[in-house]
Write a new protein. Sequence first.
Length: 394
Amino acid sequence: MKDFTYYAPTEVVFGRDSEAKVAQMIRKYGGTKVLVHFGGKSAIQSGLLPKICDQLSQAGIPYVALGGVVPNPRLSMVHKGIELCKKEGVDFLLAVGGGSVIDSCKAIAYGVPYKGEVWDLYLGKGKPKTMLPLGCVLTIPAAGSEMSESSVITNEDGGIKLGYSNNLSRPKFAIMNPERTFTLPPYQTAAGVTDMMMHTMERYFTKDDDMNVTTALAESLLREMKQAIFPVLKDPEDYRYRAQIMWAGSLMHNGLTGCGISDDWATHQLEHELSGMFDVTHGAGLAAVWPSWARYVMHKNLRRFVRFAVEVMDVPNDYTDPEGTAEKGIQAMERFYHAIGMPINIKELIGRDIKDGEIKEMVQKCSRGGTRTCGQLKVLKAEDMEAIYQMARG
């Protein structure tokens, strides 16, 4: 069991029509001129963006808008946002969208006061002393960025996708209305749930398995996600289950399910190279990699994989064959992924066989030329990364 500090300062405004409080929340946290950052046409066509901008106008809060954020948000958009904020004297950022928009917002918020190149933060070459405050109106539950300290940005120059974590970037507030998720396509809903679950699974599979309260919280959230996804796929406007998914996504990545334990994040690191190279949906990429990672590392804490099989995946515990029980848990997870429309290998993910040269390139990037490892349960070197990618070929 590890000593820990739990820090989750984001104020959550949850429920129907909660976006009506956006101007009030910006005022509360000191915003006097706002960058409204968003993705594509859906934010406009849904009426959400016009509603928010109208609120700001009525409240006398000046703003500028910047749209065009795409999945796997791009560094070029971050640069554009930094330039706009400096030009317009923006002192508060509002993300309207999902994790990609929030992550782009965080990077812009870092970059405005930062003296150097913001990408250096993601390369580990710098550390911010301050950043602009930000809030968000969440429309796509998945990344958990609305309460987390993390952001992930893709540099188009080389297709390099990197994450950076700093408590400075936790949003001041997160407005969550489950009704705003009713129009999400089934694939995006399923990929989002996969991503949420993986945020907790990256913490659950640990060397430190003696913090029982954290473990029980994690298992409860994972079971709830398994149960909530199917009613929502059947009826996209099921408010009750949309609400479970939206709230659980925040709890699964605000640090709660990592208290007292070591986290791993190898699956995320491996997947970043997949989405960096092929521009695939992040949650789907996680589903394609995790089963192979699990089989590769499960003997490092077999008891943990057995517990996951039994407590989360409802596999009967064969006390005479713990390895068999653990394997059945992984197989049950694969069946779950297929049941919600997710892939379980790279071939299913990208629609073709991956080439050996592409695997070599991903290993090169993930290991930074053999100079970096990833993971905690089993520390993965370049040769381990390659072995997992090969197992995941399909």
